[in-house]
Design a protein around this ligand. Structure first.
Ligand code: SF4
Length: 78
């Protein structure tokens, strides 16, 4: 799955939502989240993010590693 990290916080550009073919990017408070079970790993969202907030799960920068878990937790709590 792909993960959205810190640059999205309080920005929510939403260009990624337009690109996602399976509509698995959801708005949640201060940022957007990608549903880990619905994402088909197509990668379409990554290049359109103006602040490079989106990464494949194995490529999330170390300093934003917590966002991978935060993304999963967001949907677990719904
Ligand atoms: Fe949607 Fe593809 Fe991005 Fe996954 S990788 S969130 S399916 S656009």
């Amino acid at each position: 799955t792909y993960v959205i990290a810190e640059p999205c916080v309080d920005l929510l550009d939403k260009a990624c939502i337009e690109e996602c073919p399976v509509d698995c990017i959801y708005e949640g408070g201060r940022m957007l989240y990608i549903h880990p079970d619905e994402c088909v790993d197509c990668g379409a969202c990554e290049p359109v993010c103006p602040v490079e907030a989106i990464y494949y799960e194995d490529d999330v920068p170390e300093q934003w590693a917590a966002y991978t878990k935060a993304n999963v937790d967001f949907f677990d709590e719904l």
